[in-house]
Design a protein around this ligand. Structure first.
Ligand code: GLN
Length: 187
């Protein structure tokens, strides 16, 4: 079987860690910096970093338009979740609050119960957002203190934390399952 070809948006932030994790899962990884690199991708990861910087650089390089036209699954983590919400690129029907856990307890780790994964997932939160409002098509997959931190809407998966910073590959595997599922639907 041909390996999946997954892009990692590489304008800023934790793209190397995502790329490394995807390579461990035998994926063909493309570091995406230009719109033409969306061609032929089976999915895309938008990493954590700084959402204001992402927005600025994506607009500058035309990556915002390329992403709006991209039809395959997208996994946005932390800042990558923020840029997908109603108030930014408007691709996922959620509204996200930035730095929601407060600046003092800015960063923490916790064990998350995730729908579809049978034992807790260790999650690293760094100046993390949470999901404030979800539209009717959004499925919440994990919460912290009643706040959604992992959600899916169709081909979009969004996480408030950093799955690329632990050894646990299960969320990336879940995303790859989503990619294969979507390919089945489109084939
Ligand atoms: N606080 C950052 C923002 O608002 C997100 C933090 C992260 O991606 N780790 O963009």
């Amino acid at each position: 079987m041909k390996p999946l070809r997954i892009g990692v948006l590489a304008v800023q932030g934790n793209f190397r860690e995502h790329a490394q994790m995807l390579r461990r899962l035998a994926v063909d990884v493309v570091e995406v910096r230009k719109p033409e690199q969306f061609e032929g991708l089976d999915g895309l990861v938008i990493p954590g970093g700084e959402s204001t910087t992402f927005m600025r650089l994506m607009r500058l390089y035309g990556l915002d338009t390329a992403l709006a036209e991209f039809a395959a699954p997208v996994f946005g983590t932390c800042a990558g979740m923020i840029v997908l919400d109603r108030n930014h690129l408007g691709l996922v029907d959620v509204s996200v609050r930035r730095n929601a856990f407060g600046r003092q307890v800015a960063s923490f780790e916790t064990d998350l119960d995730v729908t579809g994964i049978d034992s807790p997932v260790r999650a690293v939160f760094i100046r993390a957002p949470w999901v404030e409002e979800v539209g009717p098509g959004v499925e919440v997959l994990a919460e912290v203190d009643g706040r959604p931190v992992l959600a899916r809407e169709g081909r979009f998966l969004v996480a408030a934390f950093h799955p690329e910073l632990t050894d646990d590959t299960r969320l990336h595997e879940q995303f790859l399952d989503l990619v294969r599922e979507e390919q089945g639907v489109r084939a």
